[in-house]
Design a protein around this ligand. Structure first.
Ligand code: SAM
Length: 202
């Protein structure tokens, strides 16, 4: 089913450097990596009609839920790609993406799996190539270990961290916050939500 879905861009690497043409306008492009069922990005697409959004998700079983939401409303500024984020540089060209959202990324708690964490230095280097010069990464998680790891990796890789909070829902940065599925679940359990914004120092 996903293979033929009109909202899922197939052979996305053939669109590298041409995403504005894919959307048919010059609006900026923002992406969410590890979108899950797509609640967050669908809401952003509803609110911001002059931004184009691409939701990236590794697994069809989850992506299908985002497609169901997308098919129920007219959101021409929202498309999906099924892929492993490891290949992000093959799908987006240099400076093609204005913002990357990482929400409740898998923590990969074992040390030997650190490179798989979506905020590792290895992933940050991939993101740097796709982002515009003043682009940023916005990261939310309830996992304090992953958050601490991400702060360290960002500093080592030459990224400035901004708007750092260990309790987003009781912070000055709450205004305009869009809740993800995991954020709703974890905050309902009483877990504070951490958030940071990363900007590459050039
Ligand atoms: N962002 C959503 C939220 O906050 O509700 C979902 C969070 S869920 C814990 C993490 C999602 O990231 C899963 O759907 C998983 O399949 C996806 N994911 C993990 N690693 C990925 C990768 N390397 N590339 C693309 N998606 C990935």
């Amino acid at each position: 089913m996903i293979a033929s879905n009109e909202y899922v861009v197939q052979e996305a690497e053939t669109r590298r450097g041409q995403w504005k043409a894919v959307f048919g306008n010059d609006n900026p492009i923002q992406i969410e990596i590890g979108m899950g069922k797509g609640q967050f990005l669908t809401e952003l697409a509803r609110r911001n009609k002059t931004v184009n959004y691409v939701g990236i998700e590794k697994y069809s079983s989850v992506l299908i839920r985002a497609i169901e939401k997308r098919s129920q409303e007219d959101l021409p500024n929202l498309l999906f790609v099924r892929m492993d984020a490891e290949h992000i540089g093959e799908v987006f060209g240099e400076g093609e993406v204005e913002r990357i959202y990482l929400n409740f990324s898998d923590p990969w708690p074992k040390d030997r799996h650190a490179k798989r964490r979506l905020t590792s230095k290895e992933f940050l280097a991939r993101y740097e190539k796709c982002l515009t010069r003043d682009g940023d990464i916005q990261f939310k998680t309830d996992n304090r270990q992953l958050f601490a790891f991400s702060l360290e990796q960002a500093a080592e890789a030459g990224w400035e961290t901004k708007e750092v909070t260990y309790d987003l829902h009781h912070s000055d940065y709450l205004e305009g916050n869009v809740m993800t599925e995991y954020e709703e679940r974890f905050s309902a359990q009483g877990n504070p939500i951490c958030r940071m914004v990363l900007v590459k120092v050039r």
